[in-house]
Structures are given as structure tokens and as C-alpha cells.
Write a protein that binds this ligand. Structure first.
Ligand SMILES: Cc1cc2nc3c(=O)[nH]c(=O)nc-3n(C[C@H](O)[C@H](O)[C@H](O)COP(=O)(O)OP(=O)(O)OC[C@H]3O[C@@H](n4cnc5c(N)ncnc54)[C@H](O)[C@@H]3O)c2cc1C
Length: 305
């Protein structure tokens, strides 16, 4: 019987793990990857204490920090937790495939993943012109024409990444204005390589073996074909909350609802932190702070029960 099982491997989970070890809780740390979403970033400039740190270096530091406690924590890495169940005695079971781990408390730190367009051709051309990470994939589109879908910060940042490589960038925004940072907007809005198409959505990704174009539709219902070799999907993220099933309350987007004071979910003994929750801000430092709150709350819960 563990005191706590931590599920996830991003900054939130690592923070929970470090604090759990220091509280001498009997801990299992179940992660399929350590480092979290910003592992792909070229440079993170708001990780407090570092002026600029590359994503892979931050990931390595997080991994080193949690592995420093490998004698205190049972590391299940790489491993994927598939399901959580509540037992009749109030404890929980976490399933890793066929294996069942029992625990008094759980902190869910499973983060998020890219939201997909859900249009015809997206799956067929996934990795063959349809991509979800501009930081990772922009260099493959040297001298190509591309579409970036999404008028928020990630869409704008994708355009900035692509300016170094692509010949022409169409930015497709659903609304009549962009939502991203004004500084980034200024960087792209008058650039002759960039054409912003407002009030429009991608209907279909077209091609034979690789992407050759997209069909877009505007508010009036007018359709148009654009010849491109790349489609960068930057329309936000989806929480990895499937693992909790119906055990805890979720909001309409699938984020785990938490009490902001202590990261408690609707199920006593289950806490959550980071991007998987209905937090308003999704950032590395916030995930860490929320993780620590979750651990301290789980510790209190364990002592009282
Ligand atoms: C490209 C990019 C750049 C970013 N840049 C910045 C930045 O500069 N500054 C900043 O503050 N924030 C940045 N962010 C946001 C930041 O990365 C997130 O807010 C942060 O990673 C959230 O941390 P987390 O621990 O909640 O979840 P995540 O980082 O999403 O980590 C979740 C982890 O859990 C693992 N996992 C999921 N399900 C399971 C399961 N069932 N079993 C086991 N393991 C599982 C995943 O593999 C992953 O390792 C960026 C995000 C992206 C995508």
C-alpha cells in the first residue's frame, strides 16, 4: 500500500515527487516521459532562476532531480497508468496494464496534448505534412508554403518559427482578430511572407502521398483551395484526463475540476495539478506550484485518514 501515487512526468509531477520524498511518504512515480510539454522548446525564458533554458535541458534537470530520490521513491518509468479505481475501503487502485498498485492518495499530473482539427485528411497526412509542433518541425519546411491554423499565442509563435524557413505562411484565424500577444502580432502582421485569413476554418487537408493543399471555408460559406505543403495545427490542447474516468468531476472541456486552495478534486484522496486541471493559466512555474499544493494537501489528508 503506497501513501501516494503520482501520475505524470512534467514539472507538476516532478514537484510532487520531490516533496513527497522529503515528507518520507511511501511513493510510486508513474511516468511515460519526464520533462513535460516544453521539452520541445528551443528556449524557455520564464523558468524562474534561469534566464534562458532549452526544453531538453530543463527536462534533464527535472529528471535528475526526481531520480535523486530514487532510493525513497519507486520509479515506474517509462510506464503508463491506464486506469484509476476507488476501492471499497476508501483506498485506490492504479492500473499499469495488468499490474495493480494500491494507494491511499493520488495526484494526477497528466498534463495535456495537442488538440486536433478533426477534419478529413488530417489523420492520413499526420506526419506527412500535417504537424503539431512548430518548434520541432519548422526546419523541415524550408522554402515551402504552409498554413498555420490558430490565431492564439501558439499559432502566432508557429508563424514566428516558420518565418526563418517557409516562403509563404497563411495564418487561418476563426475570429475577426488575432488573440495572441500584441508583441508577437506586431512581429508578423506586416511581414510580406505572411497572409492572415480571418473568419475561416480548414475543412479538409488535400494531397496524394503528402500534403498538397487545404480547403478552407469562411463565415459566408465560401470555400477556397490553398496550395501548401505543410499544415501546422496550433489550436490549443486537450487535457489527458481520460485516466480518471468518472471518478472525479470534469469541466465541459475535460479538465479536472479542482479546489484552487488545495488542488482537491471532487473525490476525497484524489488531487490534481498542472495543465490537466481547470486552472486558468498553463505554465511550467504554475504547474510546479500547484503540484506542491497538491502534495501538501495529500499529506494532510493521509495523516487524518
Ligand atoms: C511548445 C510548448 C512550449 C511551451 N513553452 C512554455 C514556456 O516557455 N514557459 C512556460 O511556463 N510554459 C510553457 N509551455 C507550457 C508548459 O509546458 C505546461 O504548462 C507544463 O508543461 C504543464 O506541466 P504539467 O506537469 O501539468 O503537464 P505536462 O507537461 O503536460 O506533463 C504531463 C506528463 O505526464 C505524462 N503522462 C500523461 N498521461 C500519463 C499516464 N497515463 N501515465 C503516465 N504518464 C502520463 C506525459 O507523458 C507528460 O510527461 C509550453 C508548452 C508547449 C507545448
Amino acid at each position: 500500500m503506497y501513501d501516494i501515487i503520482i501520475i505524470g512526468g512534467g514539472p507538476a509531477a516532478v514537484a510532487v515527487g520531490v516533496y513527497a520524498a522529503r515528507k518520507k511518504m511511501k511513493t510510486a512515480f508513474v511516468a511515460d516521459q519526464i520533462g513535460g510539454q516544453s521539452i520541445v522548446s528551443d528556449g524557455i525564458e520564464n523558468w524562474i532562476g534561469e534566464i534562458n533554458i532549452a526544453g531538453p535541458i530543463l527536462a534533464k534537470k527535472l529528471k535528475d532531480h526526481i531520480e535523486n530520490y530514487k532510493d525513497e521513491i519507486e520509479m515506474r518509468f517509462p510506464a503508463r497508468a491506464d486506469k484509476i479505481e476507488k476501492n471499497e475501503d476508501g483506498t485506490f487502485s492504479v492500473f499499469i496494464g495488468e499490474e495493480k498498485l494500491k494507494t491511499k492518495t493520488i495526484v494526477v499530473c497528466t498534463g495535456g496534448r495537442h488538440r486536433k482539427l478533426g477534419v478529413l485528411g488530417e489523420e492520413k497526412f499526420n506526419g506527412r505534412g500535417v504537424v503539431y509542433c512548430a518548434t520541432c518541425d519548422a526546419p523541415f519546411f524550408k522554402e515551402k508554403d504552409v498554413v498555420v491554423v490558430g490565431g492564439g499565442n501558439s499559432g502566432l509563435e508557429a508563424v514566428v518559427d516558420l518565418l526563418k524557413y517557409a516562403d509563404k505562411i497563411y495564418l487561418i484565424a476563426r475570429n475577426g482578430k488575432l488573440r495572441g500577444d500584441s508583441v508577437t502580432q506586431e512581429e508578423i502582421i506586416d511581414n510580406e511572407k505572411v497572409e492572415i485569413i480571418y473568419h475561416s476554418e480548414v475543412q479538409e487537408v488535400l494531397g496524394d502521398k503528402m500534403v498538397e493543399g487545404v480547403k478552407i471555408k469562411n463565415l459566408d460559406g465560401d470555400e477556397k483551395l490553398i496550395d501548401v505543403q505543410g499544415v501546422f495545427v496550433e489550436i490549443g490542447s486537450v487535457p489527458n484526463s481520460e485516466i480518471v474516468g468518472e471518478l472525479v468531476d470534469l469541466d465541459e472541456w475535460g479538465n479536472i475540476k479542482i479546489d484552487f486552495k488545495n488542488q482537491a478534486t471532487s473525490c476525497e484522496g484524489v488531487f490534481a495539478a498542472g495543465d490537466v486541471t481547470d486552472t486558468i493559466f498553463r505554465q511550467n512555474n504554475i504547474a510546479v506550484g500547484d503540484g506542491i499544493k497538491a502534495l501538501l494537501s495529500a499529506y494532510d489528508f493521509m495523516k487524518k485518514n
